[in-house]
Design a protein around this ligand. Structure first.
Ligand code: FAD
Length: 520
């Protein structure tokens, strides 16, 4: 037993989770630890064209990577929001942007908007971003300057998520996850990570039931102190070898399948929309993620309501002729989380740890958050149980919190035009969320009434979903009738002016990325 940190780390799995972990650990600890990553050439990765959270920039900053270094290699674009289409009713859309709500006289602007609606679009009236997205704008000027941030709290750029809570950076990224894994393979192996391409065929346990090694088909045993399970939905080390149970969320989030297509696009002709789009469908929703040379799209659906053939037909019809020759990728999703993500000397990161459906792009956020927590609670040879417990609580909280937020989208959606959508109104929801919904009918969500532990989603996000989906009545605070509204109306006007000026001066995404691609 020693208080010296453990040194030998074996990562099993080379998807986004495996390589993000390997790269981050080398950036954090350099050659003070030894990292081996083993990945199978036979078992594929999940990589469908991913959208992210704005916090992901801290990951790249931590690795010392500038956007120009990695974005072109990963076909990456900017994401300013999620655009929800048809969740309220056909033809309706709203944005959930990366932009904090302003407040006036102690009340969030959404509250003021409910009392004094200046149009029928709360997102356009309360956020600058909505207009930028409608104009396909880049959040950066051609000389790389970030748009003026008077409407975004906190300009400092600390390099972990935790240090950055309460502030909101104005954009995230879309990128091809498998290209990011490839990019990070180079980054990590150049910094000393040992890369083994082989199948893990067995997992060795010692007499205490801790992992002692993984057995590969051709490279013998790989021994280590700490094992990181990045084997995706298989959960080869944590769920299979250590038999850690999986806590399903399917009772509240029934979408368990997806079918994905990669549709070619021509950035010289097609506008690159700076947002992820989630379009509601008969048994779920379709994502549209614009990348530099293609669109990543897919239908997330519940098999209880639709079979895979119909889902694929629907998706192909949605995309149109561009999808005609593109093969479809059908994916079965395991929705929920491992009861504990860290058991003994095994930490699961990525899909093996947990996954909610991709509606708010939280998969890579969970990975990034998990890696930061692993560094924070990194173990010593005495394997202090308290560190593991704190890690497990942090991961449990973040996933359970996001689950609540996602359930709100379905419960809040006004549409109830078929059995799938009617069931979203009567299906059981987490008890705490049911209580919160009652509170929100009287007062829009604030820090005191949203899920109380860190889960990456500030109160303004809840405001956006409640007002946007439109199925749950919300009303303004009575106090607003007693307060002069001039300052709030002036704020609405300031947003309009600011949006107009930014749309006029910022380049389109196409122009921005053409310049980046040309290396200017
Ligand atoms: P995987 O990609 O499945 O990788 C598993 C790795 O384990 C592979 O390298 C495989 O070779 C290896 N492996 C397995 N078995 C063995 C073995 N026996 N021996 C050796 N190696 C083995 N996240 C977002 O943030 N935004 C999104 O928009 C988004 N959209 C998604 C859409 C869908 C439909 C799905 C399913 C997920 C989405 N995600 C999204 C989640 C995101 O894709 C994953 O979190 C991310 O790709 C990490 O996957 P992973 O590395 O955990 O697993």
């Amino acid at each position: 037993m020693t208080h010296a940190p453990v040194r030998d780390v074996v990562i099993v799995g080379g998807g986004t989770a495996g390589w993000m972990t390997a790269a981050y650990l080398t950036a954090a600890f350099g050659d003070r630890i030894n990292v081996t990553l083993v990945e199978s050439a036979d078992v594929g990765t999940i990589g469908v064209g991913e959208a992210t959270f704005s916090d992901i920039r801290h990951f790249f900053e931590f690795l010392g990577l500038a956007e120009r270094d990695w974005m072109p290699a990963c076909n990456a674009t900017y994401k300013l929001a999620v655009r929800f289409e048809d969740w309220r009713e056909p033809g309706h859309h709203f944005y959930h942007p990366f932009e904090q709500l302003r407040s006036v006289k102690g009340f969030p602007l959404t509250d003021w908007w409910l009392r004094y609606p200046t149009s029928d679009r709360f997102d356009v009236d309360c956020f600058v971003m909505a207009s930028l997205i409608d104009g396909n704008r880049s959040p950066r000027y051609l000389d790389n300057r970030l748009l003026e941030q008077d409407f975004v709290e906190g300009e400092a750029a600390p390099n972990t998520i935790a240090e950055y809570q309460g502030a909101q950076f104005p954009y995230a990224y879309h990128f091809e996850a498998h290209l990011l894994a490839k990019y990070l393979t180079k980054y990590a192996t150049q910094r000393g990570v040992r890369h083994v391409v082989d199948n893990v065929v067995d997992v060795g346990l010692d007499e205490r039931g801790w992992l002692s090694h993984v057995q590969t088909a051709e490279h013998g045993r790989l021994e280590g102190d700490l094992f990181v399970d990045c084997t995706g939905f298989r959960g080869l080390l944590l769920n299979k070898a250590l038999e850690e149970p999986f806590v399903s969320y399917q009772d509240t989030l029934p979408n368990d399948s997806a079918v994905a297509l990669q549709v070619p696009m021509d950035m010289d002709k097609d506008p690159i929309r700076p947002c992820t789009t989630a379009t509601a469908q008969d048994a779920g929703w379709i994502w549209t993620i614009p990348l530099i040379s293609r669109i990543g799209t897919g239908y997330v659906y519940a098999r209880d309501y639709m079979d895979p053939e119909e889902a694929e037909r629907t998706l192909r019809a949605f995309v149109g002729p561009a999808a005609a020759d593109v093969p479809a990728n059908h994916i079965r999703m395991r929705i929920g989380r491992s009861r504990r993500s860290w058991v003994n000397n095994c930490v699961a990161i990525g899909l093996s740890s947990g996954f909610v459906e991709p509606l708010e792009s939280t998969g890579i956020f969970f990975i990034h958050y998990a890696i930061e927590q692993l560094v924070k609670y990194y173990p010593a040879g005495d394997w202090d149980l308290t560190l593991r417990e704190q890690y497990n609580n942090a991961l449990m909280n973040v996933m359970d919190g996001v689950r609540e937020f996602l359930v709100l989208h379905y419960r809040g959606a006004k549409r109830a035009d078929n059995q799938y959508w009617r069931d979203t109104k009567t299906r059981a929801i987490p008890d705490a969320l049911a209580e919160r919904l009652e509170l929100w009918e009287s007062k829009v969500p604030d820090t005191g009434t949203v899920y109380p532990r860190y889960h990456g989603l500030p109160p303004y996000s809840y405001n956006c979903i409640l007002l946007g989906t439109g199925g749950i009545p919300v009303r303004p605070s009575p106090a607003l009738d007693l307060i002069d509204e001039k300052a709030a109306l002036a704020e609405f006007q300031a947003i309009k002016d600011k949006a107009r000026s930014l749309v006029r001066t910022l380049p389109t995404q196409n122009a921005y990325f053409k310049r980046m691609r040309d290396g200017v």
